[in-house]
Design a protein around this ligand. Structure first.
Ligand SMILES: [Zn+2]
Length: 428
């Protein structure tokens, strides 16, 4: 199949290629080149309507298994599958689950393996590693299946070796007072990283403060999850130090801005109005959002006040981190106040732009950098390049001219998922 009448933004360093033709064969891009003439050889032609083809988006930090665990057991795999379908219809071709019950993840993968309808691809961590009664288990026995609660490096190493064979990467929670029993011990974190790397898997580490981040990087973390909570919010010094560390070590940084935004504004009608004004919710979505059990209740462990500080600080300093060379990735984590998980990712991309990232950097965060964060397990590289799995999003306007061209679904014409287009029928 050949896609014509299109401008290609390949998601790598190359600038937009106007009037291109994109050849897709066996679910992969096989050529991206200037249009050759009125009737190219090589199969059916699909008209891209003068649009912009960008790599399919990645949601690189969510918890589908967590969303599904509220459902009856026999419905969970189908529910995750439905979410993956919803993600695809929002332009997201790959979803990365950063921690959840392994049985749900495996059942969802099995379910998708047998399904024939298109949906976003899924990568997952399975249970996270944390301290004893550490975040996010705390004292809730119902949350035990989402974590290995560890107080011993030898045990952690064995468990990580075993888990690494079943999952795409390893997730650790490194959050809490140094030395407290609910914090993963540093020697256990190091042992988990060693085990995962021995198995060729990346390790992504959730952090709270800057010290957590520095220790996680020193332990060999491949990615840091969440903007850190600053000690002194009035100074950019911590952000500059962290930026130098992350850029120098090539460690990926997923700030989950929309998480801190939601935790800071939970229960505020003004925030919901802002989402409506920005096109991230419709007025008719609001009753369902305000009737959710968490609505208006302070999130455990993360106060609204601290989340506010964390959000404002990350928004102010993210551009300087990008300028320093930090590889930023896009992930939303929670969708407490947004209509659905896919919309939370679109909101995250919007916030990355609002924080001052150049729009090509926003696209890289939502595509290539997120694929790189998962490493060799990622079957699609988040680029439109020859040989890559043909995952893409077709927009009706230039995403480098205005972020809404990427984040407002009114600008989405359709998706390409492993070579299957959701718009139009190719002419013979
Ligand atoms: Zn998370």
């Amino acid at each position: 199949m050949i896609i014509r009448n299109v401008t290609v933004i390949d998601g790598e360093a190359a600038g937009p290629l106007a009037d291109a033709e994109v050849v897709v064969a066996d679910g992969r891009f096989s050529a991206i080149r200037p249009a050759t003439g009125p009737r190219p050889a090589g199969g059916p032609v699909l008209d891209a309507r003068g649009g912009y083809l960008v790599p399919g988006l990645w949601e690189s930090h969510t918890h589908l298994g967590g969303f599904a665990s509220a459902k009856p057991e026999h419905e969970r795999a189908a529910y995750v599958s439905q979410l993956l379908t919803d993600f695809l219809s929002a332009g997201v071709t790959t979803v990365v689950d950063l921690g959840g019950p392994l049985d749900i993840e495996l059942a969802a993968r099995d379910y998708r393996g047998k399904a024939t309808d298109p949906a976003a691809g899924l990568f997952f961590a399975g249970p996270v590693f944390t301290g004893v009664r550490g975040w996010p288990v705390l004292d809730d026995p119902a949350r035990a299946p989402i974590a290995h609660q560890v107080d011993d490096a030898g045990v952690a190493h064995r468990q990580a070796l075993e888990l690494a064979d079943q999952v795409d990467f390893i997730k650790c929670i490194y959050d809490g007072e140094p030395g407290a029993p609910d914090k993963l011990p540093l020697d256990a974190l190091k042992a988990i990283v060693a085990a995962a790397h021995e198995k060729g898997k990346k390790v992504l580490v959730h952090v709270h403060e800057r010290l957590d981040l520095e220790e996680a990087v020193a332990a060999g973390a491949d990615g840091i999850e969440h903007a850190f909570q600053p000690q002194d919010p009035t100074s950019d010094a911590e952000a500059r130090d962290v930026a130098a560390l992350l850029a120098g070590t090539g460690t990926y940084y997923c700030p989950t801005l929309v998480t801190w935004e939601q935790l800071a504004h939970n229960g505020e009608a003004g925030y919901l109005r802002k989402l409506v004004d920005g096109g991230f919710a419709k007025p008719e979505d609001l009753p369902a959002i305000t009737s959710r059990p968490l609505y208006g209740h302070e999130f455990p462990r993360h106060s609204a006040r601290d989340s506010h500080i964390r959000f404002d600080y990350a928004m102010r300093t993210l551009a300087l981190m990008h300028d320093a060379g930090v590889k930023i990735t896009a992930g939303s984590d929670v969708a407490m106040l947004l209509p659905s998980p896919p919309v939370a990712l679109l909101r995250e991309l919007h916030l990355l732009a609002e924080a001052g990232l150049p729009l090509p950097a926003v696209l890289a965060a939502g595509t290539r950098h997120s694929a790189e964060k998962i490493g060799p397990q990622a079957t699609a590289p988040g680029t439109i390049t020859a040989g890559a799995v043909a995952d893409a999003l077709l927009l009706d306007a230039d995403p480098y001219a205005d972020i809404t061209h990427l984040t407002d679904r009114a600008h989405h014409i359709g998706t390409l998922r492993a070579g299957r287009a959701s718009w139009g029928q190719p002419a013979a």
